[in-house]
Design a protein around this ligand. Structure first.
Ligand code: FAD
Length: 499
């Protein structure tokens, strides 16, 4: 009979290096998990080094994360100066002057198990000019600057969407820090100056701090940001560059005072060599420009940003340099990298905090004992790698499908070779409008559909089952649906009033 492992094999000391969003999200989750159990959690951060301080737009699974911690939504909104996000408004992406909305939502509803967009395609094949974007309540709300939480009855089209938040990254980290410290997490403000590896197997044994202390641990979580102090500088795990597909590798950011009510969406505005974000919070607006250093200098990027923002600036422009790609393994020996230390693609679809969440979820599911079973570690790496590859493909899609030809940057995006996984998906959609989903996909079929539709990819044929209902029945019902969404939106409060 197999024996249950004794408590001497349990991980007793978890050491998290880093007190940014990743560090405190990890600490809060582990503290909640370990409440009343034996493992101790310690966060080491250096206020002298500071945090990256950006990362203020999220996707809807942040709501699950907060809920699991037992965080009250109203308290969270007040404490982090948050606003609500129904999706992203993309401007100038397909061509200069064009616009579309990527909602956290489905379009219409399936009819007889056939996806809604096939009926739109059928009607349009027969001479109508119906716009998919009109059949999504989140789009209609966003267009009018309104916000409501989804209707509790899931069978109505006004329940068919989710939402996320924009928040102040510094306030969110502080909020989770307070939460974690209350649950017994220990905290040291000091710089790690050396990482000691065990000679027998290369596992991390201890960290030396600049104040002379030595900190031993069983499991180390690297939340030290881009440099990957433990996972890379100490363990030399390796990094895979994806810059052949994602050209942007620089950013410049600045905060401004709000000039009007916060929009219930992030704005993403394409420029000649990249794109600009605008993230509205309650007390200010976060602005930034993401670009490729191959096509634009830092000084030109800074002036481009400064000439395209609205409102009085609050701080000085901050410049960031990053390398789009991923760490070859997020878990190596007794160290798991969470946050920027595990890799970074770019902020286009606000996926970085969501990847932090899913890495934490994997750590909890596969929480190790002192044997650090290689099977568990391999599975976490496999799951993470496939998840981040799907995100990568979704981001590449935005650049590849653009029709902009006004700069070398956009022309190069269109002519680049893309990963086979992505070209397969695009080919399937072009053939008959089907969207396949893989294990671990962060983006639902409706998100892919938004991109295809917005960038003008029309399938050669639609699902033949969409031919079953009479055409006038389809178009009458679609008109009714559109009217009911427009009418429902009239009843809803403005985003500002809702906050
Ligand atoms: P950091 O914030 O860099 O924290 C690193 C921590 O490690 C700090 O506390 C630091 O003090 C500590 N540290 C480092 N070295 C040492 C040492 N030697 N000793 C002790 N402590 C040390 N994500 C989104 O989801 N949405 C967005 O809209 C978004 N926008 C972004 C825009 C830009 C331009 C960039 C660059 C990133 C963006 N991200 C976004 C990503 C997001 O900012 C990060 O995922 C998130 O902030 C987590 O960062 P982190 O905690 O991993 O690293």
């Amino acid at each position: 009979m197999s024996q249950i492992k004794s408590s001497s094999q349990e991980v007793k000391q978890v050491v998290i290096v880093g007190g940014g969003t990743a560090g405190w999200m990890t600490a809060a989750s582990l503290a909640k998990y370990f409440q009343g159990r034996s493992a101790k959690i310690l966060v080491i951060e250096s206020s002298e080094i500071g945090t990256v301080g950006v990362g203020e737009a999220t996707i809807p699974n942040i709501i699950d994360f907060n809920n699991r911690l037992g965080i009250n939504e109203i308290d969270f909104i007040k404490s982090t100066q948050a606003s609500f996000k129904l999706g992203i408004q993309f401007e100038n992406w397909s061509t200069p002057g064009s616009e579309f909305f990527h909602p956290f939502a489905d379009y219409g509803m399936k009819i007889d198990n056939v996806d809604f967009h096939h009926y739109i395609n059928r009607a349009n094949t027969e001479g109508f000019n119906l716009k998919l974007q009109n059949y999504c309540f989140a789009n209609v709300l966003a267009k009018h600057g309104k916000f409501a939480q989804p209707h509790p009855n899931p069978s109505t089209p006004i329940a068919n969407y989710s939402y996320a938040y924009h928040f102040d990254a510094g306030l969110y980290a502080n909020y989770l820090k307070t939460f974690s410290l209350k649950l017994g997490v220990q905290h040291i403000d000091a710089k790690v100056s050396k990482v000691n590896l065990r000679t027998s197997d290369g596992f991390i044994e201890s960290l030396e701090l600049e104040n002379g202390e030595t900190i031993a641990g069983d499991l180390f979580v690297d939340c030290s940001g881009f440099k990957g102090l433990l996972i890379e500088e100490a363990l030399q795990t390796g990094y895979e560059s994806w810059q052949q597909w994602l050209f942007c590798d620089r950013a410049v950011a600045i905060q401004t005072r709000s000039t009007d009510e916060p929009t219930p969406f992030t704005r993403s505005i394409a420029h000649e060599n990249g794109w600009q974000w605008r993230i509205p919070l309650q007390h200010r607006v976060g602005n930034g420009y993401i670009y490729s250093s191959k096509y634009e200098s830092d000084s030109s990027a800074e002036s481009r940003l400064l000439t395209s923002i609205e409102g009085e600036t609050i701080n000085r422009p901050r410049h960031f340099s990053f390398h789009p790609g991923r760490r070859k393994q997020i878990w190596n020996k007794n160290c798991i990298a969470i946050g920027l230390s595990s890799g970074f693609l770019e902020p286009l679809e606000s996926t970085s905090i969501s990847l932090i969440q899913s890495a934490i979820a994997k750590l909890l599911t596969f929480f190790p004992d002192m044997s650090f079973d290689p099977a568990d570690i391999a599975e976490v790496n496999r799951l993470h790698n496939s998840e981040v590859e799907h995100v990568r493909d979704f981001l590449i899609l935005h650049y590849k499908l653009s029709k902009r030809t006004d700069s070398e940057f956009w022309r190069d995006c269109q002519s680049m070779e893309i990963p086979e996984t992505l070209s397969h998906k695009i080919d399937l959609f072009k053939s008959r409008g089907h969207i396949i989903s893989h294990e671990n996909e962060s983006f639902e079929p409706a998100s892919w559909l938004t991109m295809y539709d917005a960038f003008g990819i029309v399938p050669k044929r639609y699902d033949p089952r969409a031919n079953l209902p009479a055409l006038d029945m389809i178009t009458t019902n679609l008109q009714k649906m559109k009217d009911s969404l427009d009418n429902a939106a009239l009843q809803v409060l403005s985003h500002q009033s809702f906050i």
